[in-house]
Design a protein. Structure first.
Length: 317
């Protein structure tokens, strides 16, 4: 085996009559040296028309085009079986396009990869329904999708978040934000979007609970989010109404080694659990993140190795 590592496929929920967004991420480490071919290491291939900077540059009549599969470069495929958009990200990816087929390669900076070198890249994609020519998703709709998700003109998406806490890092395909250790708070006006907007929230602690809460919605307006490697994921439907979002940790600790679990128990009541997973005593201060509307909580703790403490907290009225 010449490499080891992982490849992840991200697939977000399909918006009815719209697009499903996804990505394939590769993260490999070289174990034995690899001679890199002149064109690079093969990644994938697909059919479609090639676009760059908002203009179509390739189709079935194109003899050959090569270049970097950068931001703003994408390939659209319209068919009875469904529509597909393959989206460039840079990351060392290049394309070789001829006669309506695009081949993608990973081109490292060296012709010889040595043990310990990394192969890392991500390819975005989106898909939509097919059907008869009257039913299927058209190329024009795929281009409009690219416009709304900040792909057609990188850095210019169709939605406009007003940041109250944290900061926006990127709007290319995803809404990538930095919680800066606590939470993102943002207001987003209702926006017509052809798919759910994936929100990737960075700057978080894997050991602390993460929530999405929309202050603009009444009733059950919150849910816990999955987190890994400091990043939490959410899907936002901007088509429904204006949003007033909290994305992050409801409670934080002054010592990042503390494990924090925040759980909704029943109407009007939450439970907070702090755990010391280390082999040494921990003294820390726990506090509610500014902007979290459900409850107020402040506590100083001293936890022996392996011990936990739990609190029942009443919801703010």
């Amino acid at each position: 085996m010449k490499v080891e590592g992982w490849q992840r496929i991200y697939a977000h929920t399909w918006l009815t009559e719209g697009f499903r967004l996804g990505a394939v991420e590769t993260n490999l480490t070289v174990k034995n040296s690899i001679d890199v071919p002149a064109e690079g290491l093969y990644v994938t291939q697909a059919k479609g028309e090639l676009w760059q900077n908002g203009k179509k540059i390739g189709d079935a009549s194109t003899e050959r085009l090569t270049g970097a599969f950068d931001r703003g470069v994408f390939c659209t495929y319209e068919d009875n079986g469904g529509a597909v958009v393959l989206i460039g990200t840079g990351d060392g990816l290049t394309y070789d396009y001829a006669k309506g087929t695009i081949k993608l390669f990973y081109r490292p900076k060296t012709d010889l990869l040595m043990p310990g070198d990394c192969i890392r890249h991500i390819v975005y994609f989106a898909g939509a329904s097919g059907g008869t020519p009257q039913q299927r998703t058209t190329t024009a709709q795929m281009v409009e999708f690219a416009r709304q998700f900040g792909i057609l003109e990188p850095g210019k998406a169709g939605y406009a978040p007003k940041m109250l806490a944290g900061k926006t890092l990127d709007t290319y395909m995803l809404w990538n934000v930095d919680a800066q250790g606590t939470a993102v708070q943002a207001q987003i006006p209702k926006t017509a979007m052809p798919g759910f907007l994936p929100a990737a929230v960075d700057g978080l602690n894997d050991h602390w609970s993460v929530y999405l809460l929309d202050n603009a919605q009444k009733g059950d307006n919150f849910r816990m989010l999955p987190i890994r490697d400091g990043r939490a994921w959410a899907q936002l439907d901007l088509n429904l109404a204006d949003s007033d979002l909290f994305l992050g940790h409801p409670v934080t600790a002054s010592d990042p080694k503390v494990t924090l679990l925040v759980s909704w128990k029943q109407e009007g009541q939450w439970v907070i659990e702090a755990h010391n997973p280390t082999d040494a005593p921990i003294t820390a201060a726990l506090t509610t993140t500014k902007g979290w509307p459900k409850f107020d909580f402040t506590e100083k703790i001293e936890l022996a190795p392996g011990s936990s403490k739990t609190w029942a907290v009443a919801e703010r009225k």
